[in-house]
Design a binder for this molecule. Structure first.
Ligand code: Q9C
Ligand code: ZN
Length: 694
């Protein structure tokens, strides 16, 4: 549906007129560097370009006092000395005669973006603006921010568009205290910020930036300092600061540009994909430009490039997350649920393990580290991935900051985003126009050779389906096609999946993630060599035969399904860093379209989006259609209000996390995000969310 890019050249006018080392980094080149790079990459041309308008007095008045607005208005006619004197009354602020005009454009750009998204003209967008906004307060400028662009956009979305739940995600390196103050007692705006804090020693040096600031009054639990939280929002606003990116002089953090692709990608599963990002900080021009490109590219639907680096959370991050969880637990039911078995760090086997199939002889302790080149040792880097595939960077040891930025993307994106190898006659009706329907098949002889060991593949229809699947898979492995869907008769699903795994591994995949839903038995001779991670959702019981062979029952409730994805599938998948993902909906998978779409959308964040979905031949065209749209980059439909995880769901999840955590360090991340999509959260906000519906 498209991505908007809102901009106005006039916003390059405001600049520092005197000497001030603190403020000089907020300069006009920030915008021109970002825009030039977007053009160079051909990304600007793919967006709907909107020229920013000025926000009106009334619109500014949604969050600012009239006195403050007129104070800023008056700076238009001040001389340099008066400007400097006035600036000195605020922390980290400079005024310029053009500041008022620029700041009105910056706020107006956000409103245009919200209008474009909420009227359906576009799916999402980015407003490239200066001055930034998130530090600005009702009657104060602060931290280069004059008007609070994102806060004004949120208030406007409520007032003008009648929204009831807006999520603001602030990924700038600084705490957006301005937004926090403006909405701390408002439960309709959930403000989430992660920021550098250093126990209060990082600017803006505020006690209230800590995790125990959780909102007040009606808004208790709707201010989240540090990781995420979610309440099935209708709109996602992003305070998109890039001063947390590598090389930034202010933030001095290490986030690579690719991180912003993944952050954006994760947010796109919310609110039906309605994401409005607005530039905040970001002062290293090169890093800023790259990170902006990653964000826009992901908004446009391109797959996120794989993350480089070790997937091991650091101790201090884990501690921070734990304190935020503890502070939020009183307000979010799902955090309490998990809390019961939640000290998973010390909870290897729960009192009533739901699992009898766990073989202590094959204990995880003895099988974790494969001897193949794909070793996941903490010291070792993952090996190079497929040549010609989506991995653009050779995996090299601990790259220096500059090299992470310098490396150009060597591999062109596949020419075809998504291919569908399905035969159903009415399938064309549900496919978006740019999804290719595959005609070709693998050579008959070759197909038969692959099929030979499998009795269930002897039938003609199974062979035909296999030929199509192999052809599609080869296209993906050659880097011509990014993602695809193939079908198989239900009776041959397991064998077909087995062949797909073997074919993938023998044709260049270094690490293959297979997510099998429903009754799909693990292929009998699947090796424990660390090249395949087998994850069955729909098994009889929770069982981890080794760190690479995991099975869990299909969660009973939607909430359980979400926790399973967020708390198990994604941590394992991100830790594994696959270069090919197979997701198979086998017999009895029981997934509704929106659930399958969410899973596929999340998995698309892995392997550069190289995901092959395998469906049963008698699946509805609707299911194939929804998957095709998600795989090509559309947002999955919102799941809507739904249930909490059942006790069995929670227990199975906790059990597996306990079993696998020693090997899969990403599981140590005790997500606030589990409260996140888990709408049971709302139950404990009875009276406000309960029964309110949309
Ligand atoms: N040495 C934004 O990123 N400077 N504002 C602190 C400490 C102020 C940041 C300097 C940073 C303001 C939007
Ligand atoms: Zn910042």
């Amino acid at each position: 549906m498209g991505t908007a890019l809102v901009y106005h050249e006039d916003m390059t006018a405001t600049r520092l007129l005197w000497d001030d080392p603190e403020c000089e980094i907020e300069r006009p080149e920030r915008l021109t560097a970002a825009l030039d790079r977007l053009r160079q990459r051909g990304l600007e041309q793919r967006c709907l370009r909107l020229s920013a308008r000025e926000a009106s007095k009334e619109e500014l008045g949604l969050v600012h006092s009239p006195e403050y607005v007129s104070l800023v208005r008056k700076t238009q006619v001040l001389g340099e000395e008066e400007l400097q004197a006035l600036s000195g009354q605020f922390d980290a602020i400079y005024f310029h005669p053009s500041t008022f005009h620029c700041a009105r454009l910056a706020a107006g750009a956000g409103l245009q973006l919200v209008d474009a998204v909420l009227t359906g003209a576009v799916q999402n967008g980015l407003a490239l603006v200066r001055p930034p906004g998130h530090h600005s307060q009702r009657a104060a400028a602060n931290g280069f921010c004059v008007f609070n662009n994102v806060a004004i956009a949120a208030a406007y979305a409520k007032q003008k568009h009648g929204l009831h739940r807006i999520l603001i995600v602030d990924w700038d390196v600084h705490h957006g205290q301005g937004i926090q103050y403006l909405f701390e007692d408002d439960p309709s705006v959930l403000y989430f910020s992660w920021h550098r804090y250093e126990h209060g020693r990082f600017w803006p040096f505020l006690r209230e930036s800590d995790a125990d600031a959780v909102g007040r009054g009606q808004g208790l639990g709707f201010t989240v300092n540090l990781p995420w939280n979610q309440f099935d929002p209708e709109l996602v606003l992003v305070s998109a600061g890039f001063d947390s990116a590598i090389g930034d002089p202010e933030g001095q953090m290490q986030a690579t540009p690719e991180c912003f692709a993944h952050l954006t990608h994760l947010l796109q599963v919310l609110a039906g994909g309605r994401v409005c990002a607005m530039l905040e900080g970001g002062y290293h021009l090169e890093s800023l430009a790259e990170s902006v490109c990653m964000t826009v590219q992901t908004l446009l639907g391109d797959p996120a490039p794989p993350l480089s680096g070790l997937m091991v959370p650091c101790q201090s991050a884990l501690e921070s997350i734990q304190s935020a969880r503890a502070a939020q637990a009183p307000y979010w039911k799902s955090l309490q649920l998990q809390g019961q078995c939640g000290q998973v760090l010390g909870c290897r086997i729960p009192p009533q393990a739901p699992c009898s199939g766990y073989d202590s002889e094959l204990s995880l302790d003895v099988t974790p580290v494969p001897t193949s080149p794909s070793t996941h040792s903490p010291e070792g880097r993952p090996p190079p991935l497929l040549p010609g595939g989506p991995m653009c960077k050779a995996a090299v040891p601990a790259p220096a900051p500059s090299s992470l930025l310098d490396q150009p993307c060597l591999c062109p994106a596949p020419s075809v985003r998504t291919t569908v190898a399905l035969t159903a006659p009415d399938i064309t009706l549900v496919l978006p126009p740019d999804v290719i329907q595959q005609e070709g098949s693998a050579l008959r002889e070759e197909t038969e050779a692959w099929a030979r060991p499998h009795e269930s593949l002897a039938r003609e229809e199974a062979l035909t389906a296999l030929g199509k699947l192999l052809y599609l898979l080869d296209g993906m492995l050659d880097g011509q096609v990014n993602s695809g869907i193939a079908a198989t008769p239900a009776s041959a699903a397991a064998a077909t999946l087995d062949v797909a795994i073997q074919r993938g591994l023998s044709h260049g995949a270094q690490r293959l993630l297979c997510v099998a839903l429903g009754q799909l038995d693990r292929p009998p001779d699947l090796a424990h060599d660390g090249r395949t991670l087998w994850l069955n959702i729909g098994g009889k019981e929770a069982a981890a035969l080794s760190m690479f062979h995991v099975s869990t029952p299909l969660p009973v409730m939607t909430g359980g399904f979400l926790s399973c994805i967020l708390g198990l599938v994604l941590p394992l998948a991100y830790g594994f860093q696959p270069d090919l993902v197979l997701v198979a909906l086998g017999p009895g998978h029981g997934l509704q379209g929106p659930h399958a779409a969410l899973l596929a959308a999340m998995l698309r964040g892995l392997a550069g989006g190289r995901v092959l979905a395998l469906l049963e031949e008698d699946s509805t065209p609707q299911l194939a259609g929804i998957l095709a749209r998600v795989l090509r980059g559309e947002a999955p439909p919102s799941l809507g209000p739904s249930s909490v995880a059942s006790p069995e769901d929670v227990q199975a999840l906790m059990y597996l996390r306990g079993q696998l955590e020693p090997q899969w360090k990403m599981l140590q991340v005790r997500l606030i995000a589990e409260a996140w999509l888990c709408p049971g959260a709302r139950l404990c906000r009875r009276g406000r969310w309960g029964g309110q519906g949309k």
